[in-house]
Structure formats: C-alpha cells, structure tokens
Design a protein around this ligand. Sequence first.
Ligand SMILES: C[S@@+](CC[C@H](N)C(=O)[O-])C[C@H]1O[C@@H](n2cnc3c(N)ncnc32)[C@H](O)[C@@H]1O
Length: 308
Amino acid sequence: MKHSSLPPGACVYKPVPQFEHHLEQELNGAFERWGPLYYSPEAGAAGSVFWFENAWFNPLRIEFDSIGEAAKALVDIQRNWAPCLFTQFRRGALISKKLPPISVKKHPFPWLVPKAPMGAWTLLDPNTLIASAACSSPFPGGLIEFEEDKSGPPSRAYLKLWEALTLSRKWPAPGESCFDAGASPGGWTWALAKLGAKVNACDRAPLEAGVAAMPGVGFIKHDAFTLKPEDIGPIDWLCSDVICYPPRLYEWIEKWLASGLCKNFVCTIKMQGALADHETTRRFAAISGSRVVHLYHNKHELTWLKVA
Ligand SMILES: C[S@@+](CC[C@H](N)C(=O)[O-])C[C@H]1O[C@@H](n2cnc3c(N)ncnc32)[C@H](O)[C@@H]1O
C-alpha cells in the first residue's frame, strides 16, 4: 500500500447539482474532473470558492491491493467516512461494508452535530483511493435531512434555517430577540418562535395567520432595508431571507455591523437571474468571523453566517 499527499492546499469539491458552472467560474479553469468531482491542485482557492456541497481538504491518494487494505487505510486515520462513488461501485460497496457504519437517518431539530470529523472518499480506479479526513461539512457527503413538520410551518424555507443553525452549533435561546427580514409567509418565524425566541417579523406581505398568532411573534409591514438598525434596536439574531440583489443586502448588513446592535446573523444571499454574484459573495465571506456556505437546503442562493 502506498500513501501520497496531493499538493499542499489541494482540494476536492463535490459541486452543487445544477450549479457546477458557478464552481467552474470560481476555480477559474484550474481544475481536473474526477467524475462529478472537481479536483483543484491550487492552494488558496479554498477561501474564494463557495458553490459546493462538500469540500475535501488535503486529500490523500492511497494505492491499495485488496478491499481489506483499503478499509484499513481509512479506519487507521479516523472512524467516520462517507463514500462518494462515481465508478467501481461494487468494489466501493465492499470497502464501505468493512467501515464503521455512519448514520443516514433524519435528524430532529435542534440537534447538536457530533464533533467527530466526517471524512469523504472515492475510488479513481480499482486500486486508487482518494480520501480526505477533513471536510467542510460535518454531514456525510454534505447532506442532511431533518424530520420535517408538515403541518406547522407555512413554507419549507424553515429547513434552511434549521440547517444553518445546526451547522453553527448554536440557535436562539428562549427569550432571545430575533428580527426576521423577508419573513412571509413565515417558515423562519415559525422555527424561531418554536425555539421560544421573541421574533419581530418584517415583510411587505403578511405572515400566515397561524404564525402571526404564535406566542412571541410581532409583525411589521415594511421594506426591511429602509429600517435602520437604530429603528429596530439591540437584537440577538438578525435573520434575512429577503429576495433582493446581493449588494442591497450587503449595504444593509454593513450598517448593522457598524451599529454593533446585533450579535448573530443568518442571511440568505439570493442570486438573481442565471448568474452568481461572485464579487458580493467574496465581500460577505471577507467579513471577520463569518463564512459563506451553500446549504443542502439552499437553491440558487448561498447563506452568510456570523454566529458569535
Ligand atoms: C423567500 S421569501 C421568504 C420566506 C420566509 N423566510 C419563510 O420562511 O417563509 C422572500 C420574502 O421577501 C420579501 N421581501 C422582498 N423584498 C423585501 C423587502 N425589501 N423588505 C421586506 N421583505 C421583502 C417577500 O415579500 C417575500 O415574502
């Protein structure tokens, strides 16, 4: 068996289905395709690449002879490994069978993600394994499914807020104050109110009546962006799922950061039309203590997280 490191800073990206072209633009042509995966040998790409379901940092290339040898090579590194096969399916399944099981069940919310790292691996040919012990996502393959509530929330948008908070390993505590911009019909407001938070929801359209009647929920019919932080006052969480051009959201967030009036942020950066706004995405990602991710529950959008 032979282990070899790929160049320092190299990364394998599992793209977001249907948005591979955004990842290709971010990688600026400097990639190799391994089936659906993108291998980028260039260090430094990681901080400016966001359109992926999972990134495999510092991947290893392992040449092996037997299935047992391949499984041992992985288990010797750590316990948790999620496969991502695009060829050698039978051989890959046999290796998987020899690895400790990983849970693929649906999760409740809130759920504290275990801290044990989740690795990823694939096969390039019958004797070559690519594996990374350190992935961007703590979820197997970057995917997470929740036990959905089919009757309470008026839209499925709450799933992306649940995912963002799960990823942050933090969520509003009972009594904490939230401002929910672009709140209607009320999926996010429902999720926040269910946690016992006080929610000031804001939208130009009304909230669904059942959500508006939940304890702790207030509503302002207004353009969120014409409200200054000082108009709203100190809050624990600013959530925004407003449909708008990304620079409009960025300008508003800059005001909030300058005001120091909010501790935590979860904001959807919604791409308008077919293009991705890479420039504004990078500006969000450059905000100290924050990050930009593509959630499994995001569509043509990214999520900016700044959680204290
Ligand atoms: C994707 S929906 C939000 C879904 C919501 N988060 C939920 O969970 O049900 C986007 C919302 O943004 C609202 N919106 C668009 N521009 C806005 C603005 N300038 N101020 C406030 N709300 C706005 C729309 O009316 C719409 O209800």
